[in-house]
Every structure is written in C-alpha cells, then in structure tokens.
Ligand binder design. Sequence first.
Ligand SMILES: [Zn+2]
Length: 85
Amino acid sequence: MPALRACQAGCAMTRATYRFIEHTIRHAPEGGVVFELCCVTCPETSGGQAVQVTAQDWALKHTAAHPEHDLFRREVTDFARVTRD
Ligand SMILES: [Zn+2]
C-alpha cells in the first residue's frame, strides 16, 4: 500500500510513494497456444485453432477454392503470467 502525502500547497492533490517490487513474466502453459491464419485478400480466417495443422489445412483449402487468395497472416498467441518475486 503506497503512503499518501498531502500536497505542500494544501490542494486536494496527493502524492503516492511506491516501493519497487520485482516481477517476472513467464509463458503460462496452462493457457495453451492458439494458431490462426487470416487471408489478407478477404476477411476470412481459420479461427483460433489449438493445433497448427488445422489452421494450415484451412488455408490450403481456402486457396484451392480461391486461387488468388494465396497470402495469409499467421497469428500465434500464447499466454503469459506475471508473478511477484
Ligand atoms: Zn480469402
């Protein structure tokens, strides 16, 4: 809890003193990893998939159906947890 002190001029503004506490951020395996491929030609996406191959299979089928849609943005999302040391 920070210590609060009144402003010297007597205004309602307060100051807070914080002490530094070390934190660490790490990958949180319990959150899993999400793979998604997004067509850059149209708004379609594979949706978030827990397995990378599932997202890639969607892209292959998408290009097969729409040969001019052959570029995809790949998004890989993982989760991180911050803990106090
Ligand atoms: Zn497309």
